[in-house]
Design a protein around this ligand. Structure first.
Ligand code: PFF
Length: 449
């Protein structure tokens, strides 16, 4: 059993790491298209509201439990009560979280591998290796396996270096780079014909769409996935935060950064899609909606890049570098969940735990690659649609009902001696007990129907 725990060395380091976890592929290929099809700026405002109504209080539940217990997700949930049954349930939920984080990592690695392949293609074309470039973007088991192995290797090599020397160091470097790439790409795309039409579609508010209840509920789900909730990533990151930090403030900053980057990604993606349309690419599906997800990233945008001539190679390099960075800062947070559990629950070293847990996740990725059609969608739905909300409810229940009110107060007081008089303390303890579980349950029930 290892006794020395790592810790983030600075508040900036924690914010970059937690925002890095939250800002992932979902921000870039989900949020912008949803916004463009659902009322533009009005939808952005609704998302902002919902993020603070649902996701932020649930994020706080994870951060507070984590920092209070200063332990992996299994030990943390198992330590909140003295009652054997509650300890047992807590540990069970913790192990389920470890499983879900590992399964999300397994499919995420495959998709992130595609981003790396497209990055490799752009670079190969720049240096004149056309045959390799072609191989990298042709869907095959060999391509998918090798790109997944490389991506998993990157994730493992960061996690093996620990909290400060791995997660924090790389998040501090990669997140600013991601923001710079995003801004440069936006500036370039804005100069192209068609971009302003996309900007109008993205930003013009249409209030009639926003009041649709189905849409509200799916925006709740999006907010939840986007903040990486319900798998223990935020709990484990919270466990590495200094005791003197003001947690409600840190959580609010992370929520805002996630939303701000999702919004900014839309300033790139939607104008770029309309530039592609201007250049002759079909951007709507049969139902008349903007094409989203993989079709957007691997068809529409590459066709735009290739219509740009030699500048297109540089733009493609920057874009797929951005996507790969977004993916790796999320994947490290997922791998940290099983690795921290193995380090603290067994006598394995961090390196051995990383190799074993990362190796298991990679083996699952390989099984999915060999059985893509039946397994990929199943694993995505099992984890993101069903398990994340349920585990998220359990985190809220443990913070609200199992953890003593006094323990919550003491935990928060360390970073803000005046917390008792704050609006947060007046609302959150009741909110996380009743409103959060009910809201998440409503989202969950809607996703089943
Ligand atoms: N928040 C990430 C995204 O928006 O792409 C996805 C994610 C990361 C989900 C980490 C869950 C997780 F544990």
């Amino acid at each position: 059993m290892s006794t020395v725990r790592g810790q983030f060395s600075s508040r900036f380091g924690f914010i970059m790491a937690a925002a890095g976890s939250a800002v992932g592929l979902g921000n870039v290929w989900g949020f912008p298209t949803q916004t463009a099809s659902n009322g533009g700026a009005a939808f952005v405002l609704v998302c902002l509201l919902l993020a603070f109504l649902l996701a932020y209080p649930a994020l706080m539940a994870e951060l507070i439990i984590g920092r209070h217990a200063r332990a992996n997700v299994v030990t943390a949930l198992g330590s909140l009560s003295t009652k054997p049954l509650l300890r047992f349930i807590g540990q069970g939920v913790g192990y389920y979280g470890v499983l879900i984080a590992s399964l999300i990592l397994s499919f995420y690695t495959i998709v992130a591998g595609w981003m790396l392949s497209h990055l490799g293609q752009a670079i190969s074309n720049i240096v004149g290796l056309e045959a390799i470039a072609q191989w990298l973007v042709t869907d095959s088991i060999a391509r998918n396996l090798s790109s997944s192995v490389i991506f998993a290797g990157l994730t493992m090599s960061i996690i093996a270096c620990g909290i400060e020397g791995g997660i924090e160091k790389w998040s501090r470097r990669l997140m600013p780079l991601l923001m710079i790439l995003l801004v440069l790409l936006i500036l370039y795309v804005f100069t192209l014909p068609g971009a302003m039409q996309g900007l109008k579609v993205y930003l013009l508010p249409d209030l009639s769409q926003v009041l649709n209840p189905d849409l509200l509920i799916s925006a709740l789900g999006q907010a939840f996935f986007s903040l990486s909730l319900g798998v223990g990533t935020m709990l484990i990151y919270g466990s590495y935060v200094d005791k003197n930090e003001n947690l409600p403030q840190l959580g609010a900053i992370v929520t805002c950064v996630d939303l701000a980057i999702a919004f900014t990604a839309g300033l790139l993606i939607i104008p770029a899609v309309y530039v592609a349309q201007h250049n002759g690419t079909v951007i709507f599906n049969e139902a008349g909606d903007l094409i989203a997800g993989p079709g957007l990233i691997f068809q529409i945008l590459p066709s735009l890049f290739s219509s740009m001539g030699s500048a297109g190679l540089l733009v493609a390099t920057a874009f797929f570098a951005l996507m790969s960075i977004a993916a790796v800062t999320s994947s490290i947070s997922m791998l940290e969940v099983p690795v921290s559990t193995a380090v603290e629950k067994t006598s394995l070293s961090r390196l051995a735990s990383t190799l074993i847990m990362g190796g298991i996740c990679l083996a699952i990725s390989s099984v999915i690659i060999f059985n893509f059609d039946p397994l990929f969608g199943f694993v995505v739905d099992l984890t993101t649609k069903y398990s994340e909300p349920l585990v998220g409810i359990m985190f809220c229940v443990f913070a609200g009902w199992v953890m003593h009110r006094n323990a919550l107060l003491q935990e928060l007081k360390q970073g803000n001696s005046n917390i008792e008089n704050s609006l947060f303390w007046k609302i959150w303890p009741w909110y996380v007990r009743v409103v959060c579980p009910l809201l998440i349950l409503a989202t969950f029930a809607q996703s089943l129907s």
